[in-house]
Structure formats: structure tokens, C-alpha cells
Design a protein around this ligand. Structure first.
Ligand code: GLU
Length: 295
């Protein structure tokens, strides 16, 4: 008898960071995820991205869960909380270390700033990543591994950075991804080198957003990443990390962003768009959908 093919449902995820309260922009993202998951007969998972232990707080997580429950979400449990899975990110970093694709970087933020300012004073602008941060100056890449090990041993503060040139040299297939969102669409091939030697492991928090997001999407079997257009530029970097770590590529959908009346992206501190404030003012979940132009 031929094996019967069992179709596995698509998996979507909403992945807020508990570093503030949810606002209308988060509601838009969560609800677009819900609509797309329902249309595809898929599952929608919640993931709490609390890897940044400096900025994330348990009371924000409680508030996020309350706001989502009020909006009508009921997520599968247990919810994945990144802070409980550092071993997974450590393993991914270890795999990159074993292949010589990351290096310990010792320059502090102020040393980087001073280096960039000195270079720019000579006349040419220093390259910036898509978030506007200066690319990491390459000197630490050349520190002798024995010397670097000695510095780590004596407790010098360091982070781990991707050696972008080495990483790109290892990739033999185009870093394509399928994009179905509100910006550029289709099968896209974009250049991850614009991020330079990106930080993958912080000194003040385990892992980094870029590393943990690709590890989690793979471990949770996420097939569709639906998130705001502000993360579109990070996607080629995520495709590079997925390729280096042998992880599958989800389909991406980067949706429109909500802006305030000055055209700025909504931020977590904006009271008048906060979901709990809107709820307290008597709005219903249906009103919220209407406010953000979702049918
Ligand atoms: N945790 C991120 C945020 O709150 C979202 C990350 C993602 O969807 O990839 O902006």
C-alpha cells in the first residue's frame, strides 16, 4: 500500500518582545497573522522574545497576554519564552564557532564611535547597516585566536560577531526568499553583507535577536513569518544564518506599518495607541480592527 501523505498545517507565529506595552501596530501584526493562519488552515503560535534581559520585564509579558486575550487570541501552550532556551542559541553559536564563522569582538560602543568619527574626520563617510548603525570596524577579526582566548580567559568584555566575508564565502546557493507582503514581492535575492560583521551574541544578554529568531522559527516549525516591514531589511541576514545553520527557509510576509500623525512608526511609549488604554476607554476588539483598517 502506498504511504499516505499527511499534510502538516502551515505554522505562523506572533513574536512580541515584552519591553513595553502593546499598541495598535502590534494588534495589526497579530491580527494579520491570525487572518492568514485561518485562511491557510494553519496554526498560530505565540513566542515571547525576551532575550534582551536588560529591557524586557515580566510585568510587560503579563500585560501583553492580557491584551491578546482581550483581542480574542487563545494560543497553544506552553508558549515559547526565549529566556528559557539559551542552550539552543548557544548550540547554534557553537556550530558557527566550530566553522570559524564568528569571532570575539572586544571594542566597546564608545571605542567604535571614536574609531568611526576619526575615520569620518578624514573625509569619507563610514558605512552604516540598514538600521543606521556603523558597521563594525574589522580590526578584531584579525586578533590571533590564542591572544583572543587569553583575553576572554582574563575576563575582557566581548561579544561574538559574524565574520561576514567568511560566511558569504561558504554559501554556494543564492539566498533567495519568497516574499508575499506589502512591499517588494516575489522570489527575492537580497544582499546580507549590508549588515557587516553583525553581533550574534551580546555580553549583557544571551544571544541576539538575529540568531535567536532563526533558531526559534526552525525549532517551532514556522512556515510563514508575518511581521512588519521594519524587519524586511533583516531578512537577507536571516536567510544567511538559516543557510549556514542548515535551517529551512520560511515564506515571508512583511506587512504595512502604522504611523502616527507625523508619519513616525508607533512606539511602545505612545499612550494614545496603547491597547490597554483603548480598552479602558471603552473600545471593543471590533473597533480595534476598524481603527487599523482590517475587515
Ligand atoms: N520581537 C520582534 C518585535 O517585537 C519581532 C520579531 C519578528 O517577528 O521576527 O519587534
Amino acid at each position: 500500500m502506498p504511504d499516505r501523505l499527511i499534510a502538516t498545517p502551515p505554522v505562523f507565529r506572533f513574536a512580541p518582545s515584552p519591553n513595553g506595552h502593546l499598541h495598535l501596530g502590534h494588534a495589526l501584526s497579530a491580527l494579520i497573522n491570525q487572518d492568514m493562519a485561518r485562511a491557510a488552515h494553519g496554526r498560530l503560535l505565540l513566542r515571547i522574545e525576551d532575550i534582551d534581559t536588560v529591557r524586557c520585564r515580566p510585568e510587560f509579558e503579563v500585560a501583553i497576554l492580557e491584551d491578546l486575550a482581550w483581542l480574542g487570541f487563545a494560543f497553544e501552550t506552553p508558549v515559547r519564552r526565549q529566556s528559557e532556551h539559551t542552550a539552543d542559541y548557544q548550540a547554534a553559536l557553537g556550530a558557527l564557532k566550530a566553522r570559524g564563522l564568528v569571532y570575539p569582538a572586544f571594542m566597546s560602543r564608545s571605542e567604535i564611535r571614536a574609531h568611526v568619527a576619526a575615520a569620518e574626520a578624514k573625509g569619507s563617510p563610514w558605512p552604516r547597516d540598514p538600521d543606521g548603525s556603523p558597521l563594525y570596524p574589522p580590526m578584531d577579526r584579525d586578533i590571533d585566536p590564542a591572544e583572543a582566548a587569553k583575553r576572554i580567559e582574563r575576563g575582557d568584555r566581548h561579544v561574538w560577531r559574524l565574520d561576514m566575508a567568511q560566511a558569504i564565502a561558504q554559501v554556494t546557493t543564492p539566498l533567495a526568499f519568497e516574499e508575499t507582503g506589502d512591499g517588494e514581492k516575489g522570489s527575492l535575492i537580497l544582499d546580507p553583507t549590508v549588515w557587516g560583521d553583525v553581533m550574534l551574541w551580546r555580553w549583557d544578554a544571551p544571544s541576539s535577536y538575529h540568531l535567536s529568531v532563526v533558531v526559534d522559527d526552525a525549532l517551532q516549525g514556522v512556515t510563514h513569518v508575518v511581521r512588519g516591514l521594519d524587519l524586511f531589511a533583516a531578512t537577507p541576514l536571516h536567510r544567511l544564518l538559516q543557510t549556514l545553520l542548515g535551517l529551512p527557509a520560511p515564506i515571508y510576509h512583511h506587512h504595512r506599518l502604522l504611523t502616527d500623525n507625523l508619519g513616525r512608526k508607533l512606539s511602545k511609549s505612545e499612550g494614545d495607541t496603547g491597547l490597554s488604554e483603548l480598552r479602558a476607554s471603552g473600545l471593543s476588539p471590533v473597533d480595534i480592527r476598524r481603527r487599523i483598517s482590517l475587515a
